[in-house]
Design a protein around this ligand. Structure first.
Ligand code: ADP
Ligand code: GN1
Ligand code: MG
Length: 377
């Protein structure tokens, strides 16, 4: 069977992309950058004579995942323009506090190369960085404020103008069906090596429907959300240590606030990395959970309903369960969605998520007590 997945980027392909953007200066360095699982990201450095060096982010968008890259870029153009206005109104600096696209030479938001792959470029945000794990709890707090704030600033964005860039992205019930199908087909003969994990997911089926049902009943509002709120999708300013810029806007779509909260928790409040092999090191830290609740509610500044606040712990559990299921589905289907760097990488990732679900279930009362305590700050 032909292996699906992204083809590696070749040097001529990068050169072609670079030549088709409006960059100024002499390219002096180009290197892979960041630790995202989806796109191919490069940091380019241009020499600008007396002006010194200027850096740029160049990305090949994942075409297996983003089937309509032009629509993704339309969303990003709209959202960043909206954010720019709000940031200016608040006396902020839009060059640092939101992504700034650099158009291709033909004026379009992305460049389609001769292989039919799409590239885009952003101004590099200097003096800030992303974290793959919480090094200081204060950073996690600031990330939470920034993600809450992001959602609040987009509260009046016309949601019906946004394209659905990945269909059913956080439709956990549909994810469960896709998972069951992957188990039934077992095309790579891997199901036996994940028997316990499969059993766990099936035994927790009811988790998949909880939020969707509440939304259908009108008890949870659809908002413009980020939908991929892990810690390395936010830049923390090196000096002020504030969460200055929310990045990775590919999945900004109508969604649930509690999912944005939950995705951040499953990644950042874990006591171990997302791909930790030693599961005894994996648990959900209640200290970090509390810090994030506090920061997120602060950023949302009263915009969440009481029901949403109450369901923050459930959002954490559902997003963790969904992530475990997605990693395991990808493992069963031959690892063509998430980038992997070792054999069974997606299986390891799935295991940490399911361990976290178990731990969150054990800590449910504490989590609910914390959410209740902070209420709408
Ligand atoms: P992916 O979808 O693959 O996760 P991201 O858009 O999150 O791709 O980018 C990958 C990484 O590149 C980020 O985690 C961050 O480290 C870095 N990055 C992306 N955009 C910028 C930017 N404008 N300025 C500085 N760093 C950036
Ligand atoms: C991907 O793009 P990145 O690496 O920030 C994924 C998220 C997952 C995450 C797991 C578009 O995020 O949904 O939660 O990996 N993004 C997409 O680490 O699928
Ligand atoms: Mg990312």
């Amino acid at each position: 069977m032909k292996k699906r997945g992204m083809r590696p980027v070749s040097e001529p392909q990068i050169r072609e992309a670079v030549a088709n953007f409006n960059f100024t200066g002499r390219l002096k360095d180009c290197r892979p950058f960041g630790s995202g699982h989806i796109n191919d990201t490069y940091l380019l450095t241009f020499e600008m004579g007396d002006l010194g060096d200027r850096r740029v982010i160049l990305q090949r968008m994942n075409r297996e995942i983003f089937l309509k890259p032009v629509e993704v870029m339309e969303n990003i153009a709209g959202v960043t323009a909206h954010l720019r206005e709000k940031i200016l109104e608040n006396g902020g600096d839009p060059e640092r506090e939101t992504l700034n696209m650099i158009p291709a030479k033909d004026g379009k938001a992305c460049y389609a190369d001769s292989k039919g792959e799409y590239w885009r470029a952003y101004k590099f945000i200097t003096d800030a960085r992303c974290y793959d794990r919480v090094e200081r709890p204060e950073d996690f707090y600031e990330a939470a404020v920034a993600f809450g704030n992001f959602q609040r600033l987009l509260a009046d964005y016309p949601a019906d103008t946004l394209h659905e860039t990945i269909q059913g992205f956080h439709d956990t019930r549909a994810r469960l069906e896709a998972f069951k199908q992957a188990v039934a087909q077992d095309i790579y003969g891997r199901a036996a090596s994940a028997a316990r994990e499969i059993e766990f997911i099936l035994a927790h089926e009811e988790t998949a429907g909880v939020l969707g049902e509440l939304q259908e009943k009108g008890q949870l509002p659809l908002r413009v959300t980020h939908n991929d709120t892990k810690l390395n999708n936010i830049l923390i300013d090196n000096t002020t240590r504030k969460g200055i810029c929310v990045i990775d806007l590919d999945t900004v779509m109508p969604g649930l606030a509690v999912n944005d909260f939950g995705d951040a928790i499953r990644f950042g409040a874990s006591t171990a990395a997302e791909d930790e092999k030693d599961l005894s090191r994996v648990s959900c830290s209640m200290e970090l959970f509390e810090i994030y609740v506090k920061g997120f509610l602060r950023g949302c500044a009263g915009s969440l309903t009481q029901k949403e606040v109450e369901l923050l712990p459930m959002g954490a559990k559902v997003m963790t369960y969904e992530s475990g299921m997605r990693f395991l589905t990808d493992y069963l289907q031959g690892d063509h969605y998430f980038k992997i760097h070792r054999k069974e990488h997606n299986l390891d990732r799935a295991r940490t998520q399911l361990k976290l679900v178990e731990d969150m279930e054990a800590k449910r009362e504490i989590m609910e007590e914390i959410a209740g305590r902070y209420g709408n700050l």
